[in-house]
Each structure stands twice: as structure tokens, then as C-alpha cells.
Design a protein. Structure first.
Length: 383
């Protein structure tokens, strides 16, 4: 069955188009809805506009926020009239003003170095001037064969057979115009001459002058002679050989042992461990102490990593290595050279009733509000 579409004929009798009339009536009736839709669109546009304004205000607030925090956008600056003595810096908590600061004493670190029987002797035993150079346990055992030059005269050396005494006699008989001698008090080689002493040549094949500390040594004039002397003990340690084979002034009581520094236990085996290895072990395990060997003074040195009058505790647990290295305050041989650290002392006019202000560090930030004073540039650099 087929459904036919409905066909309407309006206004045929009355002449009035009722569809248009109805459409017009409906259009009038729709106007409140249209107006509401238009109002809604307007409100949406206004809302978008306000959101845009709000975002712009937020961006502006973020941009000027640093200026609203005291000292952040335009931070305080601090200056010192003597920056080579004292550096100062200011934070946002600082108050503008002028302060008179007097540095009366710098903080220093505690230092302990090798000493024996009350004397600042090195840890190495004096050399044997009558033993072949190669047989010496000291640095003399590292002399290489060849020639070295004094005042243009070449002098030969064979460490397998020559003793230090042989070399001294060879220098004196070389015609170089120089007198060589061994100073037993300082364990050094001394050269004297009425004329300036020239050492070394590009053609030298032996390191003798370097090993004995003459190459680069200062030249002094005593009114009669020019003098050049070893800058370090000839008997100083090699440092890179097992301890039992090194040139220690005092003999080890046993091969293996241990000691403590600031409560930290360090163990060693002298048949394997060198002085350099022991020092490295200290530096790796003792957090507040730096150890090193000074080859010029021939000493082992312990330095506190912090300034102030704190001590460095040392003790042999088994064996006598610290005694051998001269690092004990008392022992069979050792009497360490101890330089106790000092505290920093400053005066700030108007603060602490103008009395001394003492701190363990050269960086002081708890006296003048918001101001940090630093005088550490005059102290030793960090190791």
C-alpha cells in the first residue's frame, strides 16, 4: 500500500496565507528564546574577555613579584674598604648601613708534622756516603748513570759502584773550580766557589743534580764564596716502595699493624704498602684530615680540614708506624711538631659591646644581620 504525501492548499477561499501567518506568530514567540541565546553568547564573550584580562593580570603579577620581595629584584650590595683583607656580601635580610669591622686574627687549621726527640728532623735516615748510590734506600738510590755538568765541566757517575764520597772527590778534582762537601748536620750536599756556580747542561745524561736537590737551588754569597746547597735531605724517603724497604729513620717494630687518626682505624702491611699508599688510605678514610708527605722537609704532615683550635687525635694501635713517622706527641722516638689551629677574632663596632667576637671559621654570618664576612682569602688554599 502506497502512502501519498499530504498536499495542503491554504488561502484558497479566504485569500489569507495561513502558513505565513503561523510562521510570523511562531517567529514572534521565538524572540524571547533568540534573545536568551544572544544574551548567552554575549555572556560567553564577556567571560572570555574577563578570563583574558585575568591572565594578563596574573602575568603582570608574576612579572612584578620579585619587586615585591625585599631585596630580590634590587638586592643589597655590600662592599669592603679593604677587599684584600675582608670580603662581605649581603642577603635580602640585610639592613642598609655602614659597619666598622676589624679583623684581629684569622682562623687557621691544626697542623701536625713529623718530629723526633723534640727536633724537627725528617723521617728519612741520613745517607751513607760510603755506600754505592744504587744500594741506598733513600732517593739517592734513584740516581741514573751518565754525566752531569758543573761550570761547564762534565762529571761521570755510575750508581752501581760510585758512592756519594766518590762523587764528591770527583767534583773536587774535576777542575770545575768548585769544592763539594757533605753536611752531616743537614744531610745535604754543599758546593762552594769564589765564583758563581753554574749547574746543569742540555747534554747531561744523569739526573744526579736533580736527585741531590742542587739543580734549581738558590745561590748565596757569604762575603767570600758563592754557595749552593741541596734544597732537601739526601736521605728523604722514596715514598713509592714498601715501607720496610724505604729509608726510615726509625725501624718498624713489626710488619703489619694499625693506628688511629681521629678515631678512624687504618691498617697496613709494610711488606706491601708504601708511604704513598698509607697517605692515600688516610685521605680516603679520615673525613676531617688531609695527609701528605713533604719531600723537601722530609716530613709527613696531617692538616685538619676545618679551621679552629680543634686537635688531631693520633695513636698507634699495634705496631709503631706513627712513632716511626714522628707523628706522636710522645713515644719512643717521636715528638710531633704540633701547630694548634686558631679561631678567627673580629671586632664589629657597636656589636657585642665592642668586645672580641670569636668564631672557628673565617666566614662569619651570624653577627651583622644579613651580612656575611669572609677573610679566608688570606688563609691557605684547600688541599
Amino acid at each position: 500500500m502506497t502512502t501519498m504525501p499530504t498536499i495542503r492548499f491554504t488561502g484558497l477561499v479566504s485569500g489569507i496565507d495561513f502558513d505565513q501567518v503561523i510562521e510570523a506568530i511562531l517567529e514572534v514567540r521565538r524572540q524571547p528564546i533568540v534573545q536568551l541565546q544572544q544574551r548567552r553568547e554575549l555572556l560567553r564573550l564577556q567571560s572570555d574577555l574577563w578570563r583574558g584580562i585575568q591572565q594578563k593580570l596574573t602575568d603582570l603579577q608574576n612579572a612584578i613579584k620579585p619587586f615585591l620581595i625585599k631585596g630580590q629584584a634590587l638586592p643589597f650590595t655590600a662592599s669592603s674598604s679593604s677587599p684584600e683583607l675582608l670580603r662581605v656580601s649581603a642577603s635580602s635580610d640585610a639592613v642598609a648601613g655602614s659597619y666598622q669591622i676589624t679583623v684581629k686574627q684569622l682562623a687557621t687549621a691544626t697542623r701536625v708534622s713529623s718530629g723526633f726527640n723534640g727536633y724537627a728532623l725528617g723521617v728519612g735516615a741520613p745517607v751513607d756516603i760510603n755506600a754505592p748510590l744504587q744500594s741506598q734506600r733513600s732517593v739517592l738510590g734513584t740516581v741514573t748513570a751518565g754525566t752531569f755538568t758543573i761550570n761547564g765541566v762534565q762529571i761521570s757517575v755510575d750508581p752501581t759502584s760510585d758512592t756519594l764520597n766518590d762523587i764528591i772527590n770527583r767534583i773536587n778534582g774535576s777542575g770545575a773550580g768548585v769544592t763539594a762537601s757533605y753536611d752531616t748536620a743537614t744531610d745535604t750536599l754543599v758546593l762552594t766557589s769564589p765564583n758563581p756556580i753554574a749547574l746543569g747542561s742540555p747534554n747531561d745524561t744523569s739526573n744526579f743534580l736533580q736527585v741531590v736537590g742542587l739543580l734549581g737551588s738558590p745561590q748565596a754569597f757569604d762575603g767570600t764564596n758563592y754557595v749552593r746547597q741541596s734544597t732537601a735531605h739526601l736521605g728523604r724517603l722514596r715514598g713509592n716502595v714498601p715501607l720496610q724497604d724505604d729509608n726510615l729513620r726509625v725501624a718498624l717494630s713489626q710488619t703489619t699493624g694499625s693506628f688511629t687518626i681521629n678515631g678512624v682505624t687504618i691498617s697496613y702491611d709494610a711488606s706491601v704498602d708504601s708511604l704513598n699508599a698509607i697517605i692515600q688510605r688516610i685521605n680516603q678514610n679520615v673525613p676531617d684530615v688531609q695527609a701528605y708527605y713533604d719531600p723537601i722537609a722530609d716530613k709527613v704532615v696531617l692538616v685538619s680540614k676545618t679551621t679552629g683550635s680543634n686537635s688531631i687525635a693520633r695513636a698507634d694501635v699495634s705496631g709503631n708506624l706513627l712513632d716511626v713517622l714522628g707523628l706522636l706527641d710522645s713515644g719512643d722516638n717521636a715528638r710531633a711538631q704540633v701547630s694548634l689551629g686558631k679561631d678567627a677574632v673580629i671586632q664589629v663596632s657597636g656589636f657585642n659591646n665592642d668586645q672580641d667576637i670569636v668564631r672557628s671559621s673565617n666566614t662569619i654570618s651570624d653577627v651583622i644581620p644579613g651580612v656575611t664576612c669572609n677573610s679566608s682569602l688570606l688563609t691557605r688554599p684547600n688541599l
